[in-house]
Design a protein around this ligand. Structure first.
Ligand SMILES: [Zn+2]
Length: 139
């Protein structure tokens, strides 16, 4: 547990370049605190789509994901279940880049960035947190 009252904006942030495999989309993800900080919530989820795709994700505000090449329009959107969350993947190479709500009032303004599609991240240095998406049926 942390008893710090440090305001959000004083935490360091780090910019991570990311892309799909073929390079159709390229973007930067601004993550605070940095991924290797134990307080950074890198989530490993057991829901049906994360289990299949091996997603590791961090939740960022939409404006912390800055496209350098292409845009969300260049990705294919997949939804299932309650169809509230769009899972965006490259139609050419199949890389899952991120998930974003497509349902007003549900995680508005948040993007779940797939850490595996960010470049040069040492996954062994991450402190993974478990998300029980399997038990959460409304997404
Ligand atoms: Zn691609």
């Amino acid at each position: 547990m942390s008893d710090t009252n440090t305001p959000e904006q004083t935490k360091p942030s780090e910019t991570y370049p990311g892309s799909c495999h073929c390079g159709r989309v390229k973007y930067n993800a601004i993550i605070s605190p940095p991924l290797t900080d134990p307080e950074c919530s890198v989530m490993e989820c057991n829901c049906s789509i994360c289990a299949r795709n091996g997603h590791l994700f961090v939740y960022l505000a939409d404006d912390k994901v800055i496209f350098e090449k292409g845009s969300i329009e260049d990705l294919t959107k997949y939804t299932f279940g309650a169809h509230k969350m769009g899972h965006f993947f490259c139609p050419v190479c199949g890389t899952n880049c991120f998930s974003r709500s497509v349902f007003p009032g549900f995680y508005d303004g948040m993007t779940a960035v797939n850490v595996r599609a960010l470049h040069d991240v040492d996954l062994k240095k991450l402190t993974l947190k478990q998300a029980d998406g399997k038990s959460y049926k409304s997404a």
